[in-house]
Design a protein around this ligand. Structure first.
Ligand code: URA
Length: 188
């Protein structure tokens, strides 16, 4: 319990830093969206950047993409207890998609969150998450469903739920990737 409380405190501290971060604010607008979930999560989902609904509420993945993400998590038999949901970019980008500069800065907050949580698997939802954490361009149609072990972490690659919403084949692949993901987690 102590360990969980410490992690919770550390994550709160990082959230306060995100709130005060002048650089993040320079590229973004609305409420900060640091992320939410279990501080001891075995799985962390990493998206792209908050959208309008997220910037209004300060919560990650609460819009249309978020509904699909959260429903697919449950459908795969995973629970809220096991997961933490966040993005490399912590504010709604002023110009739609986040710039490279914005991602490279904002990911420093994400890296600290990941080192506190220390999950078994980090799920990279789409190419921005891959760029932030694998530092390379990923063609998701080729690499989705794959596991990458790098820098003492295990990454699982899949589509961003916004892509899955746009393309029926993408949605099917997204859902089957989540079933595979659930199998990866220890103790099941
Ligand atoms: N898309 C993201 O990548 N993150 C959110 O929080 C919402 C939509």
């Amino acid at each position: 319990m102590d360990r969980e409380m410490n992690k919770k405190k550390e994550l709160l501290k990082i959230a306060r830093e995100i709130e005060k971060c002048a650089l993040c604010r320079k590229w973004g607008t609305g409420e900060p969206v640091p992320g939410e979930g279990n501080p001891e999560a075995k799985i962390v989902f990493v998206g792209e950047a908050p959208g309008r609904q997220e910037a209004r509420t300060g919560r990650p993945f609460v819009g249309r993409s978020g509904k699909l993400l959260r429903a697919t998590i449950l459908e795969a038999g995973l629970s809220d207890e096991e997961v933490y949901i966040t993005s490399p970019v912590k504010y709604l980008p002023l110009r739609g998609t986040p710039s490279r500069e914005n991602i490279l800065h904002a990911k420093t907050h994400l890296l600290r969150q990941l080192s506190v949580i220390s999950p078994e698997v980090i799920v990279l939802l789409g190419s921005v998450a891959c760029f932030a954490l694998l530092e390379r361009k990923v063609e998701m149609t080729k690499e989705r469903g794959s596991i990458v072990r790098e820098k003492d972490a295990t990454y699982f690659l899949t589509y961003h739920p916004a892509y899955a919403l746009r393309f029926p084949a993408g949605k099917q692949a997204f859902r089957s990737d989540f079933i595979e993901l659930a199998r990866l987690i220890s103790g099941r």
